[in-house]
Design a protein around this ligand. Structure first.
Ligand SMILES: Nc1ncnc2c1ncn2[C@@H]1O[C@H](COP(=O)(O)OP(=O)(O)OP(=O)(O)O)[C@@H](O)[C@H]1O
Length: 280
């Protein structure tokens, strides 16, 4: 189904939109319409529509350089758009007041590519960055919260005082996730969370994301190239190409799509090897 048509187009209810009568009622916590982004003469995204539903894990894929990170950064307000509208939790990000905007930002967490921990801060201090920015909490409470977040992501307590340079790749991802979860967000953005991890580490990280979604009801927006993640934990997949969301659907639905990139990605040699492994 072309994004923005049908699904999620029903009457608004509270935050976001709900889907039509007779369907499972899905609430869009993120709704992008007609988003256009460019740099100089080059348009990266044009008239793009996307819905992300509450408590789903949405996997966002597309060829290299198609604009997946640009879209994520546009939603986060780090890149300016030329046209369109982005609503998060039912609020239009362009018309939100500074206070409303801060309230929205408190409800989302972000894991940037490569973790992006501050190298001059230890893990505990990194996790506390969003707390310092958005909350007025005592140091003691922030320390307790940081330990709680470490536990949530499966890191030992003694990693709190370690520098990012002392952590393995998998630990950096977990510490970054702990920071993304610092404010108990409703929505998390993950930019290639399993890139650079070995298959076992990647599977463990996928598992963690799924468990957190199940336990906390998180909505997960995950940019990924990882077919295993798409297959094992994503409820829905959105494919970016030709400057827009080409198609959305489940992994099985992607296997039926005839668009050339989608076909070669989901039914190419690598993908089929993965399916064969599944069948063994
Ligand atoms: N600040 C910028 N100024 C100019 N061009 C940019 C800027 N940021 C991104 N681009 C361009 O936008 C395009 C999309 O980049 P983006 O990083 O979003 O791709 P991507 O889909 O995330 O790719 P990958 O899968 O390789 O990470 C690229 O051609 C990139 O060079």
């Amino acid at each position: 189904m072309r994004e923005g048509e049908g699904e999620g187009e029903g009457e608004g209810e509270g935050e976001g939109q709900v889907s039509g009568v007779g369907e499972e009622r899905k609430i869009a916590v993120l709704k992008a319409r007609g988003v256009t982004v460019g740099f100089g003469e080059t348009l990266i995204l044009e008239n793009l529509d996307l819905d992300v539903y509450r408590s789903e894990i949405l996997g966002f894929v597309g060829g290299s350089g198609t604009g997946k990170s640009v879209l994520m950064r546009t939603i986060l307000g780090l890149v300016e758009k030329r046209a369109g509208k982005i609503e998060v939790f039912g609020d239009d990000l362009d018309t939100a007041t500074a206070d409303e905007r801060a309230a929205i930002e408190r409800r989302w967490g972000v894991l940037f590519q490569q973790g992006a921990l501050f190298s001059s801060l230890n893990v505990r201090q990194n996790i506390q960055v969003p707390m310092r920015e958005h909350m007025n909490m005592s140091q003691r409470l922030m320390d307790e919260m940081a330990l709680l977040k470490l536990e949530m992501v499966g890191l030992p307590r003694d990693s709190a005082e370690k520098a990012p340079s002392e952590l393995s790749g998998g630990m950096i991802k977990r510490a970054s996730l702990a920071r993304a979860l610092a404010l108990d967000p409703d929505l998390v953005f993950l930019d290639e969370p399993t890139s650079g991890l070995d298959p076992i580490g990647a599977a463990a990280f996928d598992d963690l994301i799924e468990r957190l979604r199940d336990a906390l009801g998180l909505t997960v927006y995950m940019v990924t190239h990882d077919l295993d993640s798409l297959h094992s934990i994503c409820d829905r997949i959105a494919v970016l190409g030709e400057r827009r969301v080409l198609v959305t659907g489940t992994f099985d639905e992607m296997m039926q799509v005839d668009q050339p990139w989608v076909k070669s990605y989901f039914r190419g040699e690598r993908a089929l090897r993965r399916v064969e492994q599944d069948e063994v």
